[in-house]
Design a protein around this ligand. Structure first.
Ligand SMILES: NC(=O)c1ccc[n+]([C@@H]2O[C@H](COP(=O)([O-])OP(=O)(O)OC[C@H]3O[C@@H](n4cnc5c(N)ncnc54)[C@H](OP(=O)(O)O)[C@@H]3O)[C@@H](O)[C@H]2O)c1
Length: 277
């Protein structure tokens, strides 16, 4: 497991261990994906016998990628290529995570795996380069495109909304996507790996389509006595260095036919508030 210290990586490590798998959890200090020496160690057998590598290592700072594109492309593009080639040469299966931001955002219904990509920012472009590197490497690989990850660990929209429950916030209501609860995604990803379907791209996201504002309200309604308010605004009122797709909802039917449909956002919030009361 690479990128084991991140929001999704932590969930995958604990879920895989819980399901009885032996896991080598490699965080950034132990495995720098942008350094070919790290992937060389896979081929040298330094990490022992491996059946599958799950890669969550990524440069995920969407806005920072605009000012530091070299770092984003090194990690999300070239680095992923090193890893995929090492997997191909060692006969190790690969599960790699990608993003809804490979789409341009002019869709009106959830994107399927067959829809054309057209990333509009450096982050999405670097992640698309990583997908291409995996696809051309010859590795037996599943690429899981997920979206709008939320969960108990790390910096994410859910943790931010809860931490700022008493603040008055303006939230964009013209970007639409499919929020995905990291613990549910982790479980489904392990189920997919255990099922070992043919390689390819899979959309792996929650099934409810909504805007950031909708999501903020769903969270707000669950908070006991929040003092703050949420106000809907347009993207033009909340300028960020990176342009985001207006519509990036994913259709995850191909994935859920194998793993079962991910539980609802209501169930995700139940789980979250149980472990973080
Ligand atoms: N978060 C989302 O909303 C979202 C949406 C769609 C897709 N995804 C994709 O889902 C995957 C997991 O995302 P996440 O939210 O769990 O990300 P995250 O919390 O930012 O975790 C990414 C991890 O990668 C590590 N990392 C960064 N550069 C690295 C490098 N050169 N070598 C090795 N490790 C490196 C980071 O470590 P440091 O912090 O120490 O650098 C961090 O632990 C990523 O592929 C991401 O692109 C995420």
């Amino acid at each position: 497991m690479t990128g084991a210290g991140g929001m999704l990586g932590q969930e995958i490590v604990s879920d895989a261990q819980h399901r009885g798998h032996q896991v080598t959890a490699l965080g950034h200090p132990e495995f720098d994906i942008a350094d070919p020496v790290s992937s060389g160690k896979i081929m040298a057998g330094d990490f022992g016998e491996i059946d599958l590598i799950i890669n969550c290592a990524a440069f995920t700072a969407v806005d920072k990628a605009e000012s530091e594109p070299d770092a984003a492309f090194m990690t999300n593009g070239l680095g992923v290529g090193y890893l995929a080639q090492a997997c191909a040469m060692s006969g190790v299966k690969l599960m790699h995570f990608s993003t809804d931001y490979v789409f341009g955002g002019d869709g009106t219904k959830p994107y399927t795996e067959e829809d054309a990509v057209n990333p509009i920012g450096a982050y999405g472009q670097s992640k698309r380069q990583g997908e291409e590197a995996v696809l051309s490497s010859g590795a037996y690989a599943w690429i899981l495109r997920t979206s709008w990850l939320i969960g108990p660990h790390g910096k994410n929209f859910l943790n931010t909304m809860v931490a700022r429950k008493d603040d008055d916030l303006a939230i964009v209501s013209d970007q639409t996507g499919t929020p995905t609860y990291a613990p549910f995604l982790a479980e489904a990803a392990i189920v997919l790996a255990e099922s070992s379907p043919p390689p390819g791209i899979f959309h792996a996201a929650g099934s409810e389509v909504m805007t950031w504002y909708d999501l903020s309200m769903r969270i707000h309604e669950r908070l006991p006595e929040p003092k703050g308010t949420r106000r809907a605004i347009s993207t033009s009122e909340y300028l960020t260095p990176a342009k985001r797709p207006a519509y990036s909802a994913l259709d995850s039917s191909k994935f859920s036919a194998i793993t079962g449909q991910m539980p609802s956002l209501a169930r995700a919030l139940d789980h979250y508030f149980q472990i973080k009361p």
